[in-house]
Design a protein around this ligand. Sequence first.
Ligand code: 4LI
Length: 187
Amino acid sequence: MITMDDIVREGHPALREVAKEVSFPLVAEDIELGEKMTEFLKNSQDPELAEKYGLRGGVGLAAPQLAISKRIIAIEIPSMEEDSDEPFLSTVMYNPKILSHSVQQAAIEEGEGCLSVDRHVPGLVVRNAKVTISYFDKDGESHKIRLRNYAAIVVQHEIDHINGVMFYDHIDKTNPNYAPDDVLLLS
Ligand SMILES: CNC(=O)c1cccc(C)c1Nc1nc(N2CCN(c3ccccc3Cl)CC2)nc(N2CSC[C@H]2C(=O)NC)n1
């Protein structure tokens, strides 16, 4: 299973590379990798397992964070309703691509965290509020989905990783809390 020891931290070159597309049909290794990334995110969200294995909670993970320079991301966003067992978004995206996005921008009011960044970096990470994404699933099927708000932010954060971009690259240097007047602040 993937633990925090497998996640590379700032300074590792893989975090600043443009990752390579995967080809289809996927090799077994890339299918298994996606499954292990999803398993990590689920474990990281389980209080007992997170405690037991010392995992930081995450809702997204990109292959470059495992020093694997491939365009693979895993998203595991739990549903907002406490009682529901179904996650809001649970998927492994191969060769994800932002096809289009809204003019409207959004940011997490409390800022963003990253499993590869062992420090608190304050500031607003202003992103597109809505994005249309294309990606392939493990069977090579093509998908096109529209995401908004928190899910859109998470997917953009992970797609940044496969392009060698870190969330703090987006934070305004002179005024980290600068908010464009019509940005949607999510909390
Ligand atoms: C500096 N302030 C902050 O970090 C910050 C501060 C407050 C609120 C938010 C919302 C913040 N921001 C933020 N919180 C998260 N989590 C909240 C906790 N959660 C989680 C943790 C444990 C169990 C289950 C779960 Cl669900 C996991 C996800 N995740 C991200 N990001 C940025 S996009 C990719 C995503 C990611 O997975 N990062 C590792 N940002």
